[in-house]
Design a protein around this ligand. Structure first.
Ligand code: ATP
Length: 739
């Protein structure tokens, strides 16, 4: 019955969408309303298709004899009293499905987890929430234990799945926390932080749809591989409007893909760089040592002395405007000084009286001077209009500029900033953003560009119609006499054609936000947030002036050298003490035996840290084998082949040191054709070879770890990297240790 309703809803939305797409014309308001209707119906069609699998997954039988079905979306009985036939999991009344326990049943008598394949029910688990009959062996803090364990034991697919059927109470509390303020979720590996972050996004969009659909929600994840890994989750929760980005993607128009030494990236993430960039901008506001001569055609030579330039510079700086906007002040000052020179010469009274020019004459001289290419060239030299890219590229290319801008850095640090290659790195992105703030944007140019584009499009539309008119007359002459035949120009004029074109260009909130550097999001969610540098935090805070944020991570897993040592350090510069901490304590991913191995490493990182408790015990014990150094690749290939043969429908991750990924990756790819290697390995392959940085946040049924000692020695945060690597397996872990 529910699937029939779903089909009906999808068809209705598709019909309405088609109707809206056919309509044209009308007032601006009508067009804009039509536009949002098109977007709404298109979203609905997409959402109804996305919730097909596992549409209804739960049932609550209440003490008062009620029976409620819980599912991915709400479906109502539109024929009757609008009763809910299926309750959206995010609705307040559905909450008991996740929270009711035998000790605190919340009016629930029985909770049922339904399993379906396509549109058929294939099984169910019931829990009778009666303290007298509760099974004594059940894990008392787990909700829907049988379904949870079935979900955890299932083979991995290379794509993260949603957990909507088995959200646990400690996770539910975080998912449904209030929207305002900064909420930090700290939790060990596999405690469901990523899952919780995604479900929270879906919950917030459902609960605060109006507010968040206009401002948008941004979810930041550590790298492109990770974003691909999680990309299916929100669509299956019927939410498509969240913008997923890595920190490296947050400067529109810049593709920050170049890699650089970890030490350089770490330095670029430090707060001192704010001062370096401010000094680099000041350094571009130049005062010459000697007077500059400006040779104007058909006029005498003008002289711009250093004092005038300095006075104009100081005036422009005092305006408090960003560099590019302060240029207007600078121009006025210089042009005034030069115009006075000209006026003095040409207006001088030969009889020694007052200057013969009046104010209007001098104004005219200023206007002329402002347009003189020679004057503009001098202004550009003294106070150039700069893009963030230009400022940084010039700075990093020139040791003298670096020295002038970074007096507080050591020589060695300055050498780190000097770059030989062009191209941007992820650590450059917060610097570009900082530079954009310091420089400001003179958007008059952009506006003029938009107007030019519009004029061009109109011209184009008219051109299209011209062609249509031309061909029509021939068609008409050829095919009919007199002609009752309607041509394209009878149906549509240039304005309408342009309007159609513009409609196609109108964008969703997420698309507009993605293209706008200064977009202020309604809510920002950061996953693996421990990796962010202080400068990356500055950038994110700019994107979220309302400070409505969910920050998810584990300080014990920090791999980046400039990463976050403590949440207080990262956040207090922006929100003082006004942030809340929630902790997740149960690991759903890693079985106890594997967690025990990881716990030893965690104790070495910081003896005060405690690993999460594993829900699952038993299974295959992890193994750790020494192999001769020169046999590592061969042994790894053998072990991988054995694991791959045993996998069934699961996935194997082979985690190797960054310095050996080419060598070991090539050996594995040669022996196992299904092995995926490279910068963005295909995660759905049965065998995936990765570095720790790439494996961050991912999981596999089985993990083989090669050369853990090199992983530790490759970075100052090597122990944390090893901890991450050891906690990626849901079932089996094998370690090969060269000796
Ligand atoms: N309530 C749950 N029901 C079913 N599966 C769950 C639940 N909570 C977590 N999981 C599963 O546990 C695994 C780990 O979750 P997730 O990746 O969100 O953990 P994490 O805390 O982000 O880990 P890491 O710190 O390693 O990135 C995932 O496969 C997730 O689906």
């Amino acid at each position: 019955m529910l699937y029939d309703r779903l089909d009906g809803l999808r068809e209705q939305a598709a019909r309405r969408l088609t109707g809206e797409l056919r309509a044209t014309g009308g007032t601006l308001q009508a067009r804009s309303q039509r536009d949002s209707a098109v977007r709404m119906y298109a979203d609905q069609v997409e959402q109804y298709s996305a919730v097909e699998s596992g549409l209804c997954f739960g049932r609550l039988d209440t003490d008062d004899g009620g029976r409620h079905y819980i599912g991915r979306i709400g479906i109502f009985d539109t024929a009757g009293d609008y009763d809910p036939l299926l309750m959206d999991w995010r609705a307040p009344a559905a909450r008991a499905f996740y929270l009711a326990t035998a000790a605190n049943p919340q009016g629930v008598r029985r909770r049922r987890h339904l399993r379906t394949r396509q549109r058929k029910v294939t099984g169910f688990n019931d829990e009778v929430l009666d303290i007298a009959t509760a099974s004594p062996t059940a894990h008392e803090e787990l909700t829907g234990e049988a379904s949870l364990l079935a979900a955890l034991d299932a083979g991995r697919t290379g794509r993260m799945r949603d957990i909507v059927e088995t959200i646990q109470a400690e996770q539910d509390r975080i998912i449904r926390a209030d929207l305002p303020g900064v909420l930090v979720v700290q939790g060990g590996p596999g405690t469901g932080k990523t899952a919780v972050a995604l479900h929270r996004a879906a919950y917030l969009l459902y609960t605060h749809r109006q507010q968040l659909s206009t401002r948008g929600v941004l979810l930041v994840g550590p790298n492109a591989t990770f974003l691909r890994y999680i990309s299916q989750v929100l669509p299956t929760l019927a939410e498509t409007g969240v913008l997923l980005r890595t920190p490296a993607d947050l400067f529109p128009g810049v593709d920050a893909r170049r890699t650089e030494p970890a030490g350089t990236a770490a330095l670029k993430g430090q707060p001192v760089m704010v001062d370096v960039l401010a000094a680099a901008v000041r350094d571009r506001q130049w005062v010459p040592d000697e007077p500059l001569e400006i040779e104007l055609p058909q006029r005498e030579i003008l002289r711009l002395d250093p004092e005038t330039a300095r006075a104009a510079r100081d005036r422009a700086r005092r305006s408090g405007r960003p560099h590019n906007l302060a240029r207007a002040v600078f121009d006025i000052e210089i042009v005034h000084a030069l115009a006075d020179q000209v006026a003095e010469r040409i207006g001088a009274d030969p009889l020694g009286g007052e200057n013969l020019l009046d104010e209007a004459d001098v104004a005219e001289i200023r206007r002329e001077l402002r347009d003189e290419p020679e004057v503009r060239a001098v202004l550009d030299q003294l106070w150039p209009v700069l893009t963030p890219q230009r400022l940084l590229a010039d700075l990093f290319a020139d040791p003298d500029r670096i020295a002038a801008a970074a007096p507080a850095l050591t020589d060695a640090e300055r050498a780190l900033l000097l770059r030989a290659e062009s191209g941007w790195t992820p650590a450059d992105v917060p610097l570009l953003d900082e530079a954009a703030e310091l420089l400001g944007e003179d958007d008059r140019a952009a506006q003029a560009r938009r107007e030019r584009i519009r004029a061009f499009q109109r011209e184009y539309a008219e051109g299209v119609l011209e062609i249509a008119r031309g061909s029509r007359s021939i068609d008409v002459e050829d095919e009919a006499e007199g002609g009752e035949i309607l041509g394209v120009t009878d149906l549509i004029d240039a304005d309408r054609l342009l309007e159609r074109q513009e409609e196609a260009e109108r964008l969703t909130t997420a698309q507009r936000a993605a293209a706008d550097r200064s977009w202020a999001f309604g809510h920002v969610i950061v996953d693996e947030a421990q990796e962010l540098s202080p400068l990356a935090w500055r950038l994110l805070m700019r994107r979220c002036p309302s400070r409505s944020m969910t920050i998810v991570g584990d300080v014990a897993q920090t791999g980046a050298l400039a990463g976050t040592p403590s949440w207080a350090d990262a956040l207090e510069p922006y929100v003082a003490q006004r942030w809340r901490l929630e902790e997740l304590t149960v690991s759903y991913r890693t079985p106890a035996e594997i967690m025990a191995v990881a716990a030893d490493v965690l104790a070495q990182i910081d003896p005060a840290l405690r690993p999460p408790r594993s829900v699952r015990v038993g299974g295959t014990p992890p193994w750790d084998r020494a192999v001769p150094s020169d046999r590592l690749a061969a042994e790894l290939v053998d072990a991988a082949a054995r694991e791959a043969a045993d996998l069934g429908d699961g996935r194997l991750g082979v985690i190797v040191p960054a310095g050996r990924v080419d060598e070991l990756g090539a050996a594995l790819a040669a022996a196992l054709p299904e092995a995926a290697v490279g910068e963005h390995p295909e995660l759905e392959s049965t065998v995936v070879v990765l570095t720790v940085a790439q494996a961050k946040g991912l999981e596999f049924d089985a993990v083989l770890l090669a050369d853990p000692d090199q992983i530790v020695s490759e970075s100052k945060r090597g122990k944390s990297d090893l901890y991450v690597a050891l906690t990626r397996a849901t079932k089996r872990l094998g370690i090969l240790r060269p000796t």
